[in-house]
Design a protein around this ligand. Structure first.
Ligand code: AMP
Length: 392
């Protein structure tokens, strides 16, 4: 049964299939949110949506994925399955993504059924490292030096212009350090090019950073924005390991990072969440690494550390509800549980300092995100033993 319902129509705005939500219009509680992508970000969004009285339908190729387990209805099919696009689109009141690498054609077709937030322009920019960097540069935001590379010979030339060390990255579909090859002065370009695979990439100069930080901004259709505290991220094997909230950086840097997040969200007319990853250089500059138009792993801490979590804020932004307070009531260390790290869940649960979140994934493959811990401590105090996960 199609239960599209409870839409409050503000004067002047029209809500219905194919329409755009105008400023002031709301897709109210009781409506159905469609999420494209079925992973843990969708799962935690669906739970937050439920807390505000929404139901979630998911469109994902994955059977029994983390989102499917907690949503009202799942459309399990390939992203180009026409029947599934139609059935999913007809069943929901607003559509969003927990995964940005969705084909353009799917997004265009979904627009015929319900408002899609964020829009295709945001996804298109964030799907492609080259577009992302050009977009940032146009706004005066610094990125690592980079150049497009389309062959082993071009890579050889790029190694001279960009210099080494550098990183060869795929332009699309890279995440968690996948689709990246380290390039040193003695790297054989042909071997590195073959290792990357595909016919296009970018060579990016290596930033000798002091630390990595990120900032998450929510933006409503009205243009109102709310930004969470800036956090520090530490990676292991190219995957986020720990997020420290707040980042131990100067107020000036933190303000600059927040301003960058808001500038980017505004410039792409984003409706939803925009996460921006930045390097802090040793001489105190901010260099943008990449962005994601959705909830972000480095925002998990907000579930237990803020008045409004990034997931609830995401739901509020795409439905046009007022944004919630991003106030942080504690300092938090978020530890990702990767592969076997979630196995000692019983021990973790027995520690009252640790708040465990699990994603319902059956198989703990190496490098797979299985859950996370939020460890809270009073604002301004030292975290307890967070570096040594060997406790478990
Ligand atoms: P990415 O998938 O681009 O976010 O890269 C994953 C991780 O690799 C980043 O979080 C950094 O730790 C590292 N990395 C990526 N690009 C660079 C760069 N240009 N310079 C230094 N480290 C980088």
């Amino acid at each position: 049964m199609n239960t599209k319902a409870n839409i409050q129509i503000a004067p002047g705005s029209i809500i219905g299939p194919g329409s755009i939500i105008g400023p002031g219009s709301i897709i109210g509680p009781g409506s159905i949110i469609g999420i494209v992508g079925g992973g843990q970000l969708g799962r935690m969004t669906a739970v937050a949506a439920a807390e505000l009285g929404y139901r979630v339908h998911v469109f994902t190729p994955e059977v029994d994925g983390p989102t499917e387990q907690v949503c009202a209805k799942a459309f399990v099919a390939a992203y180009d399955d026409e029947d599934a696009i139609k059935a999913f689109g007809e069943s929901v009141d607003v559509i969003t993504f927990e995964f940005e690498n969705v084909p353009a054609d799917t997004v265009k077709k979904l627009k015929a059924y319900a408002p899609v937030h964020p829009g295709w322009n945001c996804l298109a920019i964030c799907q492609d490292r080259a577009k992302e960097k050009m977009f940032a540069a146009d706004l005066g935001i610094e990125t690592a030096p980079w150049t497009l590379v389309t062959s082993a010979d071009a890579l050889r030339d790029a190694m001279k212009t960009i210099g080494t060390p550098a990183i060869l990255k795929t332009t699309t579909l890279g995440y968690d350090g996948k689709g990246q090859v380290r390039i040193l002065s003695d790297t054989n370009p042909a071997t590195a090019w073959a290792e990357l695979g595909g016919d296009i990439g970018i060579l990016e100069g290596f930033i000798d950073f002091d630390r990595e930080i990120s900032v998450i901004t929510a933006r409503r259709p009205s243009g109102a924005m709310a930004t969470f505290d800036v956090v520090e991220n530490r990676h292991k094997n190219g995957i986020l390991d720990v997020t420290i909230a707040p980042a131990n950086i100067s107020t000036t840097l933190s303000e600059q990072a927040r301003a960058i997040g808001q500038k980017l969200a505004e410039a792409m007319d984003m409706v939803g969440l925009l996460a921006v990853e930045l390097f802090v250089t040793r001489d105190g500059r901010l260099v943008m690494n990449e962005m994601a138009p959705r909830p972000h792993n480095s925002g998990h801490w907000t579930q237990d550390g803020c008045t409004t979590s990034q997931y609830e804020q995401f739901v509020r932004a795409i439905t046009g509800l007022p944004l919630g307070s991003t106030q942080r009531h504690a300092d938090v260390v978020m530890k990702n549980l990767i592969g076997d790290e979630a196995k000692p869940w019983a021990k973790i649960l027995a520690n009252p300092d640790d708040k465990l979140h699990l994603y319902g994934k059956a198989e703990a493959r190496a490098g797979r995100k299985m859950g996370h811990i939020n460890r809270l401590h009073p604002k301004g105090s030292k975290p307890k033993g967070w570096v040594n996960f060997g406790d478990y």
